[in-house]
Design a protein around this ligand. Structure first.
Ligand SMILES: Cc1cc2nc3c(=O)[nH]c(=O)nc-3n(C[C@H](O)[C@H](O)[C@H](O)COP(=O)(O)OP(=O)(O)OC[C@H]3O[C@@H](n4cnc5c(N)ncnc54)[C@H](O)[C@@H]3O)c2cc1C
Length: 492
C-alpha cells in the first residue's frame, strides 16, 4: 500500500494562505489528511491586493461560494476591466476590458474584420466593439445578461477589501476542517535529505508535517530562508519597486472597473469598493522618492484621503523554483510582479490548482516537481511580458522614467508577438496562456500598435455588407448596454 500523506501545513494566513487552505479543504475532504495553517497576528498581512481578474470566478465556483455572498462579505464591487489613463501619451485613455471583442465569423477573428472595416473608412473605434468596455464607461453592471447571444462578450471579476478576503476564506476553510495555529515561526527542522519535518514556533511548539506550503509573503520563510531557493530579480526590466497606498472616500458612483493612471515615475491605481476607494502610487525608487510619491498621491486625492499613506517596498521577480523537496511556495512567497494587471492573486490561485493533481502520497516525484516548476515559471513569464507590453510601447518621453522604460530590450517572446501583429495583423496566443488574445489585442491596440496590413482572407464577401455587419453588431451592443442596470444597483 502507498505511504500516505497525513499532515499538510500551510505557513501564512494572507489571501494566498487562506485561499489555498479553502481550496485544499474542499479537494482533500474525506481523505483523513489534516490541513493546518500557522499565522501570526503580530506579523500581520500585507494589506493590499484588491483587484482580481475573471478566473477568480472559477475558484469561487469550485468552492461552491455564491459570488454575491462573496462581494457582500468583502465590501466588494464588480470589475469589467482596467482603464489605462496617460499610458500611451498624456490625455489618452483606453480600456483593457474582459470578455471577447465583437464576433468571429467565416473562420476570421474579429480583430481582422475590424482592420478591414477600418481600412474601408469605418469610423467606430476598436474599443466600441467591446460590450464590457461600453458597459464600463456607462457605469453599468449585471452578473448575467438578459440574452445568451453575447455570452462570449461578457465577463467580469471583483474588487474586494484586502482586509476582508483572507477572513472570508478562513471561515470557509475552518468550517471545512482546517486547523488554525497562532504563532510566529522561527525556524524549520529538516531531515537528513533536507525535507522539512516541522515548523518551530517562538513559544517552543513544533508543528509537524509531511508537506508544507509557504504562504509567508515576501519573507518566503520556508522556500527562501529554509530551503535557500534563489530569487530571480526582474528589476532590470520592471522598474517599479515601491508603493504608497491610502484609502479615500468616494463622492461619485463606484466605477465598475479599475483605473491605472500613469504618473511621472510609475502609475496610480484606483479601486472602487462598496464603502471606499483603494488607491496607491506604484513607482520606481530609482526615479523618485517616497516623499514626492506620497505628495503626488495626497494631491490627487485631495480632502477625500481617509488615512496617511502607507509605504510598501517590493522586489519584482520570482524564486528560481516554486517547489523544492516537500515545500511549495504560493503567493508573495513565490514571487511578485507589480499589480498593473492584477495578476498576483490569480497566480496564487494557479499555484494551488496546479498543485492539486500532484499532491504526493508521501515523497514527491522529482519529474512532477520539475513539471510544476516549469508550468509556474511559464505563467510568471507570461505575466511579466504582458506587463512589460504596457511600458515598452508607451510613447511618453516627458520624464526619465518613461524614456528609460522605452529603452528596455523586450524578451524575445514579447518582441516576436509585437512584430508579428504589426506586420501581419495576426495575434496568435497559444492555448492556456495567462492572458487571452482579446486581452493582448486590447492592450496592443490601446497602446497604439497599428498593424500595417491584415490577412487577405479577411477580405471575403462584399465590402459594404462586411462593414454593415460590424456596425449592426456595435448597435446591438449599445442597445444591450441600455438594458444593463447601473453598477451601484448591483452592489447595493
Ligand atoms: C502594492 C501592492 C499592490 C497589490 N495589488 C494587488 C492587486 O490589485 N491584485 C492582486 O491580485 N494582487 C495584488 N497584490 C498582491 C497581493 O497583495 C498578494 O498577492 C496577496 O495579498 C497575497 O499575499 P500573501 O498572502 O502572499 O502575503 P501576506 O498578506 O503578506 O501574508 C503573509 C502571511 O504569512 C504570515 N507570516 C509570515 N511570516 C511568518 C512567520 N515567521 N510566522 C508566522 N506567520 C508568518 C503573516 O502573518 C501573514 O499571515 C499587490 C501587492 C502589492 C505589494
Amino acid at each position: 500500500m502507498a505511504e500516505k500523506l497525513k499532515d499538510l501545513v500551510i505557513l501564512g494566513g494572507g489571501t494566498a494562505g487562506w485561499l489555498c487552505a479553502a481550496i485544499l479543504s474542499k479537494r482533500l475532504a474525506g481523505h483523513s489528511i489534516q490541513v493546518s495553517l500557522v499565522e501570526s497576528e503580530e506579523i500581520g498581512l500585507i494589506g493590499v491586493g484588491e483587484a482580481t481578474i475573471p478566473p477568480i470566478r472559477a475558484a469561487l465556483s469550485f468552492l461552491g461560494i455564491d459570488e454575491i455572498e462573496f462581494v457582500k462579505a468583502t465590501q466588494g464591487s464588480f470589475k469589467l476591466g482596467i482603464e489605462f489613463v496617460d499610458w500611451l501619451r498624456l490625455d489618452h485613455a483606453y480600456l483593457h476590458p474582459f470578455g471577447a471583442f465583437g464576433a468571429d465569423w467565416d473562420g476570421v477573428p474579429f480583430h481582422q474584420h475590424f482592420l478591414r472595416y477600418r481600412a474601408l473608412g469605418g469610423g467606430i473605434g476598436y474599443q466600441d466593439f467591446s460590450l464590457t468596455a461600453l458597459a464600463a464607461k456607462a457605469g453599468k453592471f449585471c452578473s448575467a445578461l438578459d440574452t445568451t447571444a453575447f455570452h462570449r462578450n461578457w465577463n467580469y471579476a471583483f474588487h474586494f477589501d484586502s482586509a476582508l478576503a483572507a477572513p472570508f476564506f478562513r471561515n470557509y476553510a475552518q468550517a471545512h476542517g482546517v486547523r488554525r495555529i497562532e504563532g510566529v515561526v522561527e525556524d524549520a527542522t529538516q531531515d537528513g535529505d533536507g525535507y522539512i519535518t516541522a515548523l518551530a514556533l517562538q513559544d517552543g511548539t513544533a508543528v509537524n508535517g509531511d508537506f508544507f506550503i509557504d504562504c509567508s509573503g515576501f519573507r518566503s520563510k520556508l522556500l527562501g530562508d529554509t530551503l535557500d531557493t534563489p530569487f530571480e530579480d526582474w528589476s532590470d526590466v520592471l522598474f517599479c519597486d515601491t508603493a504608497v497606498a491610502a484609502p479615500s472616500k468616494r463622492e461619485e458612483a463606484a466605477r465598475p472597473y479599475t483605473r491605472a493612471v500613469a504618473r511621472d515615475a510609475g502609475w496610480q491605481w484606483e479601486i472602487p469598493l462598496a464603502h471606499r476607494n483603494g488607491n496607491g502610487y506604484v513607482f520606481s525608487s530609482r526615479y523618485t522618492d517616497v516623499e514626492t510619491a506620497k505628495n503626488t498621491l495626497i494631491a490627487s486625492l485631495g480632502d477625500r484621503i481617509a488615512a496617511d499613506p502607507r509605504v510598501i517596498r517590493f522586489k519584482p521577480g520570482r524564486r528560481s523554483s516554486f517547489w523544492v523537496k516537500n515545500c511549495v511556495a504560493i503567493g508573495l512567497a513565490a514571487g511578485f510582479l507589480e499589480p498593473l494587471e492584477s495578476t498576483a492573486i490569480h497566480l496564487s490561485q494557479l499555484g494551488v490548482f496546479w498543485l492539486l493533481p500532484f499532491i504526493p502520497n508521501y515523497r514527491p516525484c522529482p519529474e512532477e516537481i520539475a513539471l510544476y516548476n516549469h508550468q509556474m515559471a511559464a505563467a510568471y513569464e507570461q505575466a511579466k511580458n504582458f506587463i512589460l507590453l504596457h511600458y515598452l510601447t508607451s510613447q511618453r518621453s516627458d520624464t526619465d522614467f518613461w524614456r528609460d522604460c522605452a529603452r528596455v530590450t523586450p524578451p524575445d517572446a514579447l518582441a516576436c508577438r509585437i512584430r508579428a501583429f504589426t506586420e501581419t495583423g495576426r495575434c496568435f496566443i497559444p492555448e492556456g496562456e495567462l492572458f487571452s488574445q482579446g486581452s493582448w489585442l486590447a492592450v496592443m491596440m490601446g497602446q497604439g500598435i497599428d498593424p500595417e496590413s491584415y490577412p487577405f482572407y479577411a477580405d471575403a464577401g462584399e465590402d459594404r455588407a462586411a462593414s454593415l455587419r460590424l456596425e449592426n453588431l456595435h448597435s446591438a451592443f449599445v442597445e444591450q448596454v441600455k438594458r444593463v442596470p447601473r453598477h451601484e444597483a448591483a452592489i447595493a
